[in-house]
Design a protein around this ligand. Structure first.
Ligand code: FAD
Length: 313
């Protein structure tokens, strides 16, 4: 084929090359009734053609059956690709190997390698993987063993990154070293912990690039419409939402007003990080599509526009 050959069909339909990535985080259902609601949420989110949906896991994989249920649903009954969260804390290496094989057998090709939150007073077992980095190495080792059955394809591995210092880290420089090590071990991309200040994301980007991190750092955003949820998140992550935002949500007249305030805040945050070079957005949905879709509607991400005449020639 000559270098000047044109591909008329593709030119008409191909999305622009640097469209922002889009993904949603879901957690496995806790009951059959909530699974039914979750299926509806997934259908609604699917209409926005995300690049993947991530499936969270509890530390220790105590809800593995529900993780598999959701993953299998996504694979078999939707056009979406799952990114399954794997946590090392509370599981033995052998258990993790079994889970990784089971996920690959089902057709999963995206894994988010995490340590998980350690319960207070947690004592590491002898065969427990202590950090996310060695979990990335374990996934890559299994991938190498299975190269033939994966038809030479690769498993896409994501890891966590922190705009604010991880609560157990001595410094943000330490966090940066850990991120560098995770990339060297084979991570392809990172999704960030929640944050509310665009400057926190920009600083993460700057210090990571200065330290040699090349992988995309996708900002994780929560639609900030619910004060109680933001406070629960703060307790888990150590990242406090702005007091003014909490105040506005608390004094809002009703849910419609709360939603308007939260969506406006989130859209503004998303625009600012995209303008600062974020490669896309990962929305923590809390298994509810309405707020996430509202944020997307207001953002009007240019994900599906076709190249203009003459572009790519
Ligand atoms: P690591 O990268 O291993 O870091 C953990 C701590 O150890 C950090 O303080 C780090 O600085 C330190 N550290 C790392 N390596 C070393 C080393 N070699 N020497 C000394 N110290 C080191 N949790 C869940 O349980 N389930 C989920 O589904 C889940 N999904 C998440 C999704 C996203 C996008 C994010 C950002 C977090 C998620 N978490 C989840 C939370 C995550 O498990 C916690 O933040 C956890 O405390 C750290 O996980 P990590 O993978 O970043 O760990």
């Amino acid at each position: 084929m000559s270098a000047t050959t044109t591909l008329p069909e593709l030119e008409r339909t191909a999305p622009v090359r640097h469209r922002p990535a889009l993904s949603y985080e879901l957690f496995p259902a806790r009951s059959d009734v909530s699974f039914e609601r979750l299926r509806e949420t997934i259908t609604q989110l699917e209409a926005t053609a995300p690049d993947h949906v991530s499936v969270t896991s509890r530390a220790g994989h105590g809800n593995l059956a529900r993780v598999l249920e959701l993953t299998e649903h996504v694979l078999a009954e939707t056009s979406l690709r799952p990114l399954v969260h794997l946590t090392s804390v509370g599981s033995s290496r052998v258990q993790l190997e079994t889970i990784i094989h089971a996920l690959l057998d089902r057709g999963v090709r995206g894994l988010l390698a995490l340590r998980g939150d350690q319960p207070a007073g947690h004592r590491l077992e002898e065969d427990e993987i202590p950090f996310a980095r060695p979990l990335v190495e374990l996934i890559r080792a299994i991938e190498r063993e299975r190269t033939a059955s994966l038809a030479g394809g690769r498993v896409s591995i994501g890891v966590a990154a922190y705009p604010h210092r991880h609560p157990e880290s001595p410094t943000t420089s330490h966090d940066t070293e850990v991120l560098v090590a995770k990339e060297r071990a084979g991570a392809d991309f990172a999704i960030t912990q929640v944050f509310f200040d665009p400057a926190a994301y920009c600083h993460l980007l700057e210090r990571s690039r200065a330290a040699g991190v090349r992988m995309p750092l996708v900002p994780g955003l929560v639609p900030a419409t619910n004060a109680r949820r933001l406070q629960r998140l703060a307790a888990m992550s150590g990242v406090e939402p702005p007091r003014e935002l909490l105040h506005q949500l608390e004094i809002a007249a009703d849910d419609t007003e709360r939603r308007r305030i939260g969506v406006r805040f989130t859209v503004d945050l998303a625009r600012r990080v995209l303008d600062s070079g974020a490669p896309g957005l990962h929305l923590f949905t809390f298994n509810s599509h309405a707020d996430a879709l509202d944020v997307l509607d207001h953002l009007d991400l240019d994900r599906w526009s076709t190249p203009s005449q003459g572009e790519n020639r």
